[in-house]
Design a protein around this ligand. Structure first.
Ligand code: GLA
Length: 696
């Protein structure tokens, strides 16, 4: 038996490997001291056989298979000649470097070679992947290939899983891992609103976050120990989900799973920071060269389908006067699309709305100092479209069966070359013929029947388009957050977290997504009041303060606002511009508060920090408890101010407004231990708190 350790800055992994036998991960935890005796570590955790176990208890380790009495989910399931191929893969070799390990398993009888790769990278985030090769004769059908099999240390007794629906993404649920574990799957061709591709495991405050970086269907299994291994550890498996017969490997072919992404941290803020570092350094395309995230105005909740050149020009002018930097023309600009029943697939400018094309609108947008963005939904087709009439066979369908629509649309078969060629030419022509800085790339239908290799087709199209138009920013939207993952983010610049712009809902949705993703990729818009989805009314001050914590935009018609609301909005856009450098580069801290109606988040970066403190409920006490800050240097002194405008309802309760204007100077310790007492009694009031570290 060999023992190997891999280290990040704060993380150590220890592996036990036996050529001809198994590979296991013995330790996942805080950095071990140099010189730790790894054989002793193994001895300290070895278990004797207990009753009701096979004579040689299975050791599933990094590659659980259906063998030797292991009865939980396996990492791979293969078929040959229509029959299940039961595998018995043994370690044939392994290579390790200080930050990662690659283990090769071989089963000559089954004709399979599996390579397991684990690599610790930016943020100490572990990326895991399995690669399967068909080394036998004849076709190998892959029913399942996990990206990761992680024996979870027994101290992780609780989990947080996510569920959701349209306009209410990422609802978290915390519960015990035992006795039932967790099983999640998606079967709609994308992760969906159900959040099964994100998971937290808890050991007290310590938290392990797991994610499958894949934009198609997934499966996830977390099975507590009781499946034969009998060593107290649960097994976590995650992988892409394929339909029967979808993945067929010819002799010599290989299949790489998507990557699973794992991070471990002493608390949820540290976990968010680890994932953010990973996303910033290893996922987002050329993040370091990104310009500042421009303030958007999107036409959807301002005009919907009621587009006209005159209304749009008026909207651009109103936008510019608020300080907007990018005007995004949403749905309804193309072909005969006057509502959502037609024209998807016909990506030509609607001559009725734009008799001279988009050029006059774009010229106006540029003259006002903004750049221009456009909505597209390339993977879809309306039955009422020229594209469908010309190519009725291009959509996903089952021959001889009905073609049920969703939102009046069908999905194109992106595995087909001619479909991708057509879409590339249509989108490329749009980008070539117009000065488009940004595409909002939408996807508003579940895939049924499910397409084979649909996700790979989507990636190929997106990759080709990005290579041809490298300066165009792209947003991944799927009726809001229906297709958010770190693989689509590796190809785009931001995601649309939810169609729900109601600030009360956003105060749940943004903290949930930002557990994994940094604020600069989370579109965060000020919507109308009443909100078109929830019907709730909210003050502009509240809507705008909440929207600052993300990639800020506006999705409302300024001409429907009062002068006071416009002033308040413009002031918050200016605040966002002043603080986006901090918000989009710094470390996010989730702030705890005894009142469940209070949400607190702050971002620290170099000598500055910005805090959002928001109350949604009516506080049970007159004076809500002080908000304790985080992430500050205990000994440093900070000047604390409350950037104006202040929330109209709450401002009267400030004891000494001038003091808050000129600044309160306190140590990091005082701010973190005791906090700041702010008027947070009334529902839907929010404060921004600015901190500046003073020179020593
Ligand atoms: C989806 C998106 C919305 C909007 C509409 C337009 O629902 O999530 O933001 O773009 O489509 O039809």
């Amino acid at each position: 038996m060999d023992f190997v350790r891999c280290d990040g800055e704060t993380l150590t992994l220890v592996f036990a490997l036996e050529v001809g036998g198994t590979a296991d991960c013995l330790y996942v935890g805080a950095c071990l001291p140099a010189g730790e005796d790894l054989a002793m570590l193994a001895a300290a955790h070895a278990r004797g056989r207990h009753e009701s176990q096979p004579d040689h208890p299975p050791r599933p380790g990094l590659l659980p298979e259906r063998k030797a009495g292991w009865s939980a989910a396996p990492a791979l399931e293969l078929r040959r000649g229509g029959a299940r191929a039961l595998t018995d893969c043994r370690v044939s070799r392994w290579e390790a470097d200080p930050h990662g390990i690659t283990v090769t398993f071989v089963d000559e009888l089954a004709g399979a070679k599996i390579t397991v790769r684990w690599q610790i990278g930016a943020g100490d985030v572990l990326r895991a992947q399995l690669i399967l090769a068909n080394t036998g004769q004849g076709t190998l059908e892959v029913e399942r290939l996990a990206a990761l099999a992680l024996p979870v240390p027994a101290r992780f007794t609780h989990l947080t899983s996510y569920s959701g629906r349209w306009a209410s993404e990422m609802q978290d649920h915390r519960r015990s891992v035992a006795p039932d574990g967790l099983a999640r799957t998606s079967a709609i061709g994308k992760p969906g609103f159900h959040g099964g591709n994100w998971l937290l495991l808890h050991a007290g405050e310590e938290v392990l976050g797991a994610h499958l970086a894949w934009s198609g269907d997934h499966w996830l299994a977390l099975e507590p120990d009781n499946q034969g291994a009998g060593d107290g550890r649960a097994m976590l498996l995650m992988g892409a989900r394929w339909d029967a017969g979808e993945i067929l490997l010819a002799p010599g072919d290989t299949l790489a799973s998507p990557q699973a992404v794992i991070a471990l941290a002493p608390g949820r803020s540290a976990l968010a920071q680890a994932f953010h570092q990973h996303v910033r350094q290893a996922v987002l395309p050329q993040r370091a060269q990104w310009p500042l995230r421009k303030v958007h105005l999107n036409s959807w909740e301002a005009l919907g389908f009621a587009l006209s050149q005159a209304k749009l020009i008026a909207l651009t002018e109103a936008a510019a006067s608020l300080g907007i930097e990018r005007f995004v023309l949403d749905d309804g600009w193309f072909a005969a699309r006057r509502d959502d029943t037609s024209s998807l697939g016909d990506w030509t400018v609607c001559p009725d709305v734009f008799p001279q094309g988009l050029a006059p609108l774009i010229a106006r947008v540029h003259a006002l100092g903004m750049d221009f963005g456009l909505w597209v939904e390339p993977e879809m087709v309306s039955p009422d479209s020229d594209l469908y009439r010309a190519h009725p066979g291009w959509c996903l369908h089952t021959e001889g069966r009905q073609r049920p629509t969703m939102r009046g649309q069908l999905a194109l078969d992106l595995a087909r070359n001619e479909v991708r060629e057509h879409l590339f030419s249509a989108l490329s022509a749009l980008l070539r013929d117009h000065a488009i800085a940004y595409l909002k790339w939408d996807h508003n239908r579940d895939l049924y029947p499910n397409g084979k290799h649909q996700t790979e087709g989507f990636y190929a199209l997106l990759d080709r388009l990005r290579a041809a138009h490298p300066h165009v920013e792209i947003e991944s939207c799927s009726s809001g957050g229906g297709r958010i993952d770190m693989s689509v983010l590796g190809r785009t610049h931001r995601v649309w977290p939810s169609d729900n712009n109601d600030p009360v809902e956003r105060l749940r949705i943004i903290p949930a997504w930002s557990q994994f993703l940094p604020l600069e990729v989370l579109g965060s818009h000020v919507g109308p009041s009443p909100n078109p989805i929830t019907g709730r009314r909210a003050s502009m001050d509240f809507r705008a303060k909440v929207a600052v914590f993300g990639h800020m935009g506006v999705e409302a018609d300024p001409s429907q606002m009062t002068d006071r609301e416009r002033e308040t909005l413009a002031a918050h856009i200016a605040l966002y511009k002043a603080w986006r450098g901090v918000l989009h580069s710094g470390a996010l801290h989730r702030l705890a508060h005894p009142d469940p109606g209070v949400t607190g988040m702050m971002v620290t970066h170099q000598d500055k920090a910005l805090v959002l403190a928001a109350q949604t409920a009516f506080s049970p006490v007159f004076d809500a408890a002080p908000l304790r800050l985080a992430g500050l240097e205990p000994q440093a002194r900070y000047r604390v101010t409350l950037p104006e405008p202040w929330p109209p309802k709450a401002r009267h309760y400030l004891a000494d407004p001038d003091q808050w204007r000129s600044g309160i100077t306190l140590s990091g310790t005082a701010l973190m231990a005791q906090g700041l007492a702010l008027p947070l009694t009334h529902p839907e009031t929010a404060w921004l708190i600015a901190l500046e570290r003073l020179p020593q």
